[in-house]
Design a protein around this ligand. Structure first.
Ligand code: HAM
Length: 409
């Protein structure tokens, strides 16, 4: 009988890979705490309408990629494709989001999108997400961007590009949409892909985000949002740019950066790397004023980002396994229980290590102790057992000594 295999686009993670994720989580806790963010833990499953409403029916994420099913109570539920909508739902439900009273949260965990798997693109992937709610000021955008920059440099990841754009607001976006629609209508519509012919009417900004080469070519000459921003959005964006300049952040302006989710307004940003294949975005985010209200909360603004952990892992140095303090080998059957109890005592003293009570040769065990790079090798053989002793070999200095097992009580 063949063994059951994992689902396509889902991955198992063994310690060699999991260590990178632990490092990312530890670094996020450290850096984000410095910025006053607290950890939020939220469900992976939400009502489908949360994402349909929050992310937008016309996005690829909602239209094509969600893992949606009906539960036994006949409710339509969806495995979260991203964290922002759920984080806001939680904050609204708990009553902790208030205009003018900033609150800051971060969260990690698995997200699910039914995309075509490839290097750096999974159907179950993990994000580190951060959200700053309640502040409309451009300084909040900058704090969040600088926090992301600090975080990436804490992980030792260099050679990244920051791209920034403004998507305007409810006031000025309609003018831009009209200009885009007019531009696409002036073209031979058959040059656009089928999705974009529909998007042209429902949400022309989504055409800017299309990955189909024919559409990308047409988008190159499309009107730029920067020429259609209202005074408020222009002022907001120039305040953001001037402050990130003063903070010394290197970035490029990308007028085509619309992001794949409908909730963005004003500032959007993405961090990309040329070193991880076709999926270049390691993090993305922006301001989403209006989303809290759309989800039934107060009229509170917000700004945030998420990093893709699988993509960051591709850019990080290998995380070495921690070095064990001891490796304890038993070569006499009678000593097995005593060895387990001794290993337990060592661990309660804060030492880490393995106890090997298999029946391999001493040589192969010492080889294993060397492979795991144990600092000390403890051996209980027949002579040691009879004398109530343990031999301790120092694997660094090379010496050895004999200790009473009872001395560890
Ligand atoms: P997003 O750009 O859809 O934004 O995703 C953020 C990051 O998640 C991407 O830059 C990428 O690194 C990673 N990612 C996305 N899809 C996949 C996938 N299929 N496989 C591997 N990694 C992937 C959001 O999700 C927003 N909620 C970010 C945000 C927070 N905006 C405001 N607050």
């Amino acid at each position: 009988m063949s063994a059951i295999q994992k689902i396509k686009g889902f991955a198992d993670m063994f310690p060699e890979d999991a260590r990178a994720f632990t490092r990312m989580e530890d670094a996020a806790r450290e850096v984000f705490t410095r910025y006053g963010f607290g950890e939020l833990r939220i469900p992976v499953l939400e009502r489908t309408e949360l994402f349909a409403k929050g992310i937008g029916e016309d996005t690829d994420v909602v239209g094509k990629e969600m893992y949606t099913f009906t539960d036994r109570g006949d409710r339509s539920l969806t495995l979260r494709p991203e964290a922002t909508a759920g984080a806001l739902r939680a904050c609204i439900e708990a009553g902790v989001v208030e205009p003018g009273k900033p609150s800051r949260y971060f969260a990690f965990g698995p997200m699910f999108r039914y995309e075509r798997p490839q290097k750096g693109r999974m159907r179950q992937f993990h994000q580190i997400d951060a959200e700053l709610l309640g502040s409309a000021e451009p300084q909040a955008d900058v704090e969040v961007i600088l926090m992301l920059q600090d975080y990436l440099s804490e992980l030792g990841i260099g050679e990244l590009s920051f791209e920034l754009n403004s998507l305007g607001c409810r006031e000025c976006r309609p003018n831009y949409r009209a200009a885009l629609t007019a531009y696409f209508e002036s073209l031979d519509a058959s040059a656009l892909c089928e999705d974009c012919r529909r998007r042209m009417k429902t949400n022309p900004l989504r055409v800017l985000d299309c990955k189909v080469p024919g559409c990308k070519a047409l988008v190159a000459d499309a009107p730029a949002i920067a020429d259609h921003l209202c005074g408020g959005c222009r002022d907001h964006f120039s305040a953001v740019l001037s402050l990130v300049d003063r903070a010394g952040l290197k970035y490029t302006l990308n007028p085509r950066l619309v992001r794949g989710l409908d909730y963005y307004q004003r500032t959007t940003f993405e961090v990309t790397s040329g070193a991880i294949g076709a999926q270049t975005a390691v993090a993305g985010g922006g301001r989403y004023d209006g989303l809290v209200q759309l989800l039934g909360g107060p009229d509170a603004p917000g700004v945030g980002f998420a990093c893709g952990m699988e993509r960051l892992a591709l850019l990080m140095d290998k995380q070495e396994a921690p070095r064990p303090d001891f490796f304890l080998a038993v070569t006499d059957e009678r000593a097995v229980d005593a060895a387990v109890l001794l290993a337990h005592k060592l661990r309660t003293r804060g030492l880490a290590g393995e106890c090997d009570y298999t029946s391999g040769s001493m040589k192969s065990r010492l080889r294993h102790a060397g492979r795991i790079n144990a600092k000390k090798c403890y051996i209980i053989g027949p002579d040691e057992f009879d004398a109530g002793k343990v031999t301790v070999k120092d694997m660094e200095e090379g010496g050895q000594l004999s200790l009473d097992i009872a001395a560890f009580d």
